[in-house]
Design a binder for this molecule. Structure first.
Ligand code: HBI
Ligand code: FE
Length: 288
């Protein structure tokens, strides 16, 4: 959906927040959360970063039912100074960035129905809260998200939102991390997906490449299928440092007119963690 199509509903505040109305969830909506939670809880140990699993405990998200954002925010505030606020759905980029820059994570309040368990058009409360919030209890990742929001506000004024959206996609949503040779999941789009949690680590088809800020900003992404490329960070500290220390304005300027890199491609300059079976060498443009 184009950003200009977004219209603020009458019940939303100027910053697009709404009340979660936690009391209005039905029993079957809570049961849906519990079912999705149990499925991920069985899949993620050993696959997701320990910081994600620790976040579930710190925030007491292991309890049954859709979390109440006020209670969740109280715990999160103590851990890292972040809160969770409800929004009706997608919000305009500048609104989204402004919330992040102020350590507020915006979350959808609706939950998917049984006929859309594994595919959703817009992020629901399970993706937004189960997927995104646990890592916000980690101080380094929490600072990265704020830095991203601040970078987003600057990108907005420089007309470079698309570049920054790619950074979000390949880190916050679909990021992998490697420690001591061990690949683990941290992206919210992966940890909240039963099938992609396995695919991202185990499937032979995607390329897995070392994270590089400019490289990521040249890589388009697909929203309609599993990723065919994952970028792998060495540590949250490194991701935060690169984001905070980089002056994005000259980077955007340097990238102007530079062509995008095809999703399946691996460049000779890439730090290849594992070649996917779909990969081809971009230099020659031939499938490997
Ligand atoms: N709104 N609710 C919501 N959630 C998002 O993840 C979101 C958004 N608006 C804009 C947006 N993401 C992206 O355009 C930015 O990451 C670039
Ligand atoms: Fe998300």
């Amino acid at each position: 959906m184009a950003q200009s199509d977004l219209e603020r509903p009458a019940d939303a505040a100027d910053d697009w927040t709404i009340s979660q109305d936690w009391e209005r969830y039905s029993q079957s909506e809570h049961v849906m959360w519990d079912w999705l939670f149990a499925r991920q809880a069985a899949t993620l140990p050993g696959r997701a970063v320990p910081e994600f699993l620790a976040g579930l405990e710190i925030l007491r998200m292991t309890r049954s039912g859709i979390p109440n954002f006020e209670e969740l925010s109280e715990r999160l505030m103590k851990a890292t100074g972040w809160e969770v606020v409800a929004v009706p759905g997608l919000v305009p980029d500048d609104v989204f960035f402004d919330h992040l820059a102020n350590r507020r994570f915006v979350a959808g309040r609706f939950i998917r129905t049984p006929d859309e368990i594994d595919y959703l058009q817009e992020p629901d409360v399970f993706h937004d809260v189960f997927g995104h919030v646990p890592l916000l209890a980690n101080p380094v990742f929490a600072d990265y998200m704020q830095a991203y929001g601040e970078g987003g506000l600057r990108a907005h004024s420089l007309g470079a939102i698309d570049r920054l959206a790619r950074l979000y996609w390949y880190t916050v949503e679909f990021g992998l991390i490697r420690r001591d040779g061990d690949l683990q999941l941290y992206g919210a789009g992966i940890v909240s997906s039963y099938a992609e949690a396995m695919f991202a680590l185990e499937d032979p088809s995607p390329n897995r490449l070392g994270f590089d800020l400019q490289r990521v900003m040249r890589t388009p992404y697909r929203i309609d299928d599993y990723q065919q490329i994952y970028f792998v960070i060495d540590s949250f500290e490194d991701l935060l440092r690169q984001t905070v220390e980089t002056d994005f304005a000259p980077v955007y300027a340097a990238l102007e007119g530079v062509p995008d890199i095809a999703i399946e491609a691996a460049l000779p300059t890439d730090r290849v963690i594992s070649f996917g079976t779909q990969a081809y060498a971009a230099a020659g443009g031939r499938r490997a």
